[in-house]
Every structure is written in C-alpha cells, then in structure tokens.
Design a protein around this ligand. Structure first.
Ligand code: FNR
Length: 184
C-alpha cells in the first residue's frame, strides 16, 4: 500500500509561497506514495477548555494526522519563528494529554521566505517543538527557499528548477525515512 503523506502550510493567504511549495510537492509525489493537503484556515484559536469536546474541524485534522504515515509541513517565518497559525494547529493536534496525534510520526519540513535566511529560524523553532510532540524530523535535504518571490510565477507555480528538484528529493527522502522508522 501507498505511503500516506499529510501536508499543511502555516500560512492562510491565497498567494502563500509556502502553499505553493506544497502544490509543487503534490505535482511530484513519487510512485508508491500519496499526498493530501489540508488548509488550516478553519482551525479556531486553541482553547484548553475544549480538550474534551474539540471542534469537528480539529477532530478531522487530528484523524488525518493519525491516519498518515508521514507529515509534510511548509512553514513561513513570522518574526523569527513559525507562524501562530501553524503553532496553533500543532497545539490542538497535540492534545488532549494522551492523544497527541503526532506521536512517533516522521515529518519533513520546508520553508519559503522573501528574505535571505529562507525561514531557517522558523524551521529550527519547529524542530524544537517536534521534540516535545515526539515527531521525527528528516534532517536532509534541507528545503529552505530564499527570495522565493523570484522562484514562483503569478499563478503560484514553482518555476525554479533547483527548488522543484529539492522538493522532489525531500519527498523521496521522507519516504525512505518513513520506511526506516516503520521497520522494527
Ligand atoms: C514576515 N516575514 C518574515 N520573513 C522572514 O524571513 N523572517 C521573518 O522573521 C519574517 N517575519 C514576518 C512577520 C510577519 C507577521 C509577516 C506577515 C511576514 C515575511 C515572510 O517571509 C513573507 O511574508 C512570506 O511571503 C510569508 O509566507 P507565505 O505567506 O508566502 O507562505
């Protein structure tokens, strides 16, 4: 059966470069794998009072994570960290205690930024969060896309060949990583 990858981006805007990275991944999913992309737009602000009666959209999000073999996250960098939208969604899915949907999942991380540092700082914050939620991030290749506005056309299509290749490599490596973690 196919390796199921579940992906989401930490930006809600229609023209998001990080969403574009996910679409580029979707165009290049290797044989033997499938990728579903989820939009975080409907996920409300986290409220711990709702841990025992989470909103339907959060339940759906959690069950899709659970059902996946691997996770793919595209994060923007907001003020040197991941976006609040992304952290908020992660916080929901990590709860309630004892039902952390991310537990033991492999994850690949990408980031796109209009700046030179390419979202690197956001990635490292996200990697730190992965420690507590016990996700296993892929180390290589690193997909950090600087000056991204030069690499995507007005339709939100990634046109830069090097970037496209890196994203394909990331998927291939994530599949190997996922199989390696499953073997026991
Ligand atoms: C940014 N941006 C940004 N870029 C960066 O490289 N480092 C940063 O710390 C920040 N900080 C930041 C804060 C906030 C609130 C916004 C809105 C933006 C710029 C950011 O890289 C740019 O807006 C990207 O286009 C965001 O990703 P999406 O929405 O295109 O996926």
């Amino acid at each position: 059966t196919n390796i199921r990858i579940f992906g989401f981006a930490g930006s809600l805007r229609k023209g998001s470069y990080n969403k574009a990275l996910l679409r580029c991944a979707l165009e290049q999913v290797p044989a033997g794998a499938e990728l579903e992309i989820f939009d975080l737009g409907e996920i409300p602000p986290y409220n711990q009072d709702l841990d025992d009666r989470m909103p339907d959209v959060v339940r759906t999000f959690k069950s899709k994570i659970r059902a996946a073999d691997a996770i793919l996250i595209a994060t923007p960098e907001y003020n040197y960290s991941m976006s609040g939208v992304l952290k908020n969604a992660i916080d929901w899915a990590s709860r309630p205690i004892g039902d952390n949907s991310f537990d033991d999942k492999p994850v690949a991380i990408m980031s796109a930024s209009i700046g030179m540092i390419a979202g690197a700082r956001a990635q490292y914050h996200l990697r730190q969060t992965c420690v507590y939620i016990n996700m296993h991030p892929l180390n290589q290749p690193e997909v950090m896309v600087p000056f991204v506005e030069d690499k995507i056309d007005h339709n939100g299509h990634v046109t830069d060949e090097k970037t496209r290749r890196k994203i394909k490599e990331l998927l291939e490596s994530l599949i190997v990583w996922t199989k390696r973690l499953k073997r026991s």
